[in-house]
Design a protein around this ligand. Structure first.
Ligand code: HEM
Length: 131
């Protein structure tokens, strides 16, 4: 049925898919997202999404979400942005983040799509250096 189809699609997606509740706690993490950040999905769910980012965002992310909830004005929602993520190993890497707000059964959750651009960046750099 449609729910298990949707589950299979998210489970096999190349991009990372992470959902958080309105306080930033990760509720679901697909295998690609866990793989990109170097964790097992169980190490991520139940934790605040700020574990996945370096400073200064690490210390500010709760405020970002709170500000959005107060003002309804998002900097990333509906536009996407290149940000820096931090892997379990400590490695900091660039990725393209898209966020959507989803109202589900009277509850607000946020869905984040994580598109790793490490290879793209390396190619760009190599091209620049070859000029
Ligand atoms: C806002 C960084 C992951 C949900 C923001 C902002 C930044 C940011 C810079 C906007 C701050 C501003 O200028 O106001 C990051 C970084 C991440 C990350 C570095 C690396 C892991 C996520 C994920 C989700 C998420 C995975 C959702 C599943 C939100 C929400 C907002 C926000 C709901 C407020 C709305 C908005 O500004 O569009 N984040 N974020 N973030 N982020 Fe994240």
């Amino acid at each position: 049925e449609s729910q298990s189809r949707l589950k299979a699609i998210i489970e096999t997606a190349v991009d990372g898919v992470i959902t958080i509740d309105s306080s930033g706690i990760m509720e679901s993490v697909n295998p690609a997202a866990a793989n990109i950040f170097g964790y097992e999905p169980e190490e991520m769910t139940g934790q605040n999404v700020r574990m996945l980012m370096p400073e200064p965002d690490h210390g500010l992310h709760d405020n970002y979400i709170e500000r959005y909830r107060q003002t309804g004005v998002g900097q990333i929602i509906g536009k996407g942005r290149e940000v820096l993520g931090k892997k379990k190993s400590g490695t900091v890497f660039p990725f393209f983040l898209s966020i959507a707000e989803v109202k589900l059964q009277g509850k607000v959750i946020f869905t984040g799509i994580v598109h790793d651009i490490t290879d793209l960046k390396k190619t760009e750099e190599a091209l620049r250096e070859s000029e």
